[in-house]
Write a protein that binds this ligand. Structure first.
Ligand code: MLT
Length: 402
């Protein structure tokens, strides 16, 4: 007789974005004549940039020649992509060695898979609201979760607990934050790094949206903070940075100075464990994709992706201006592609979702889907087509403009 992992029964019936897709599909089937504008899932709409396409085309040709064909590559990624990531980090003052960089098929996979190398007895601290993958993957593993209140009082940048009774071993932080768009500054992140080092905790730092930070004083990487290499793993992705949501490539940094304890009390290298995990369970990202990813970090690639990032941030300004015109309180949108708004008239998040869909055929993401503190909030993404974003906001104003 086979048994399931009973922890899966503890999960909500379906993943947030699958639930939204199902609701939207039902609406489309019932209203085939309506033009829906999707500002729900943070999926990009700009195509891959020319530098990336050229690199991928060349790589396809290489794969078709006996002399340049590639079979299995290194599980942790090719050295040419490590070099590119290394120089990107160097440009914001962070020195990494090549073997601290692990290339993957995106931050979502690594954020979930990293739980493999940590014991189930760890107490996990997760901000609420936040990207649902952190919660779901720890429920799957059966770990105890303590939630960290993220709310308007702390400007959606919750700080380390001062209550000694709460002693998290693993701490998830996401900055710029999904869904709230908030960003930790250097002082706040220093407080987290100090807290983690003092308490021998490990920070799992999701930096998937770092490229949207405009303000040069804000950290793009946790390793800009002294002491972070002793306490943090960082996840990053080209999904939003360079339009790789369908192409899949990201990178995870596991510093060699970072350790956690065995049951015998020995300090064990997490870099070594992650390498062991990846070489066993992962066969690497395709050569063609890694070649495209490396092109993102060239001068030409950086210039081209910047145009797309600027395009999305213009959408963010359109959304923010609409909220201003309608007198709606919101967060984010300046150093992040997400606008996190208070649902008007004290509506609940899912009611507001249904209302916008039915009244103006605009799709967003209900804040409650990111955690209980998200109730009463709503997320709009700036990743849409510019004309559609303007149209959606015109429709929005028909409901709320004062
Ligand atoms: C989101 O909308 O929160 C993201 O697109 C989800 C993801 O990156 O997996």
């Amino acid at each position: 007789m086979a048994f399931i992992n009973d922890q899966y029964l503890e999960l909500q019936d379906s993943y947030l974005f699958s639930t939204i897709a199902k609701k939207v599909n039902e609406y489309v089937a019932a209203h085939p004549d309506k033009k829906i504008i999707r500002m729900g899932i943070g999926d990009v709409t700009r195509p891959l940039v020319p530098a990336v396409l050229k690199a991928m085309h060349d790589a396809v040709d290489e794969m078709g020649q006996k002399e340049t064909f590639k079979g299995y590559g290194p599980e942790q990624g090719y050295s040419f992509l490590h070099d590119a990531v290394q120089s990107y980090y160097k440009s914001h003052g962070v020195d990494l060695s090549s073997d601290e960089i692990f290339i993957s098929d995106g931050a979502k996979s690594d954020v979930g898979n990293i739980t493999d190398i940590f014991g189930n007895e760890n107490i996990v601290m997760i901000p609420d609201p936040v990207y649902p993958v952190y919660v779901d993957t720890n429920i799957m593993a059966g770990r105890d979760i303590v939630y960290l209140d993220s709310n308007a009082i702390n400007n959606f940048c919750p700080m380390p607990p001062t209550d000694d009774e709460i002693a998290p071993d693993l701490i998830y932080l996401c900055s710029p934050n999904n869904p709230t768009g908030s960003v930790y500054n250097k002082e706040q992140l220093t407080a987290w790094v100090n807290y983690a080092n003092e308490n021998s905790a490990v920070i799992l730092y999701d930096a998937a949206y770092e490229c949207f930070i405009n303000d040069a004083s804000l950290p793009k990487s946790i390793y800009e903070i002294q002491g972070a290499k002793e306490c943090a793993i960082e996840f990053c992705s080209l999904s939003k940075t360079a339009g790789f949501t369908g192409t899949r490539c990201g990178y995870t940094i596991v510093p060699k100075a970072l350790t956690a304890f065995s049951v015998d009390g020995d300090a064990v290298s997490l870099n070594k464990l992650w390498l062991r995990r990846q070489t066993t369970k992962f066969n690497g990202v395709p050569y063609i994709i890694q070649k495209g990813a490396a092109a993102v970090f060239t001068e030409e690639g950086q210039k081209q992706i910047k145009e797309n990032i600027d395009y999305y941030m213009k959408n963010a300004r359109t959304i923010a201006a609409t909220m201003d015109e309608c007198g709606i309180t919101y967060y984010g949108g300046d150093n992040s592609p997400y606008i996190w708004l208070e649902c008007p008239n004290n509506m609940k998040s899912w009611d507001f979702f249904d209302y916008l869909l039915n009244e103006i055929a605009v799709v967003g993401t209900p804040g409650a889907g990111f955690g209980s503190n998200g109730e009463g909030y709503f997320r709009l993404t700036a990743f849409g087509d510019a004309d559609n974003t303007v149209e959606a906001m015109e429709r929005f104003k028909t409901l709320y403009k004062k």
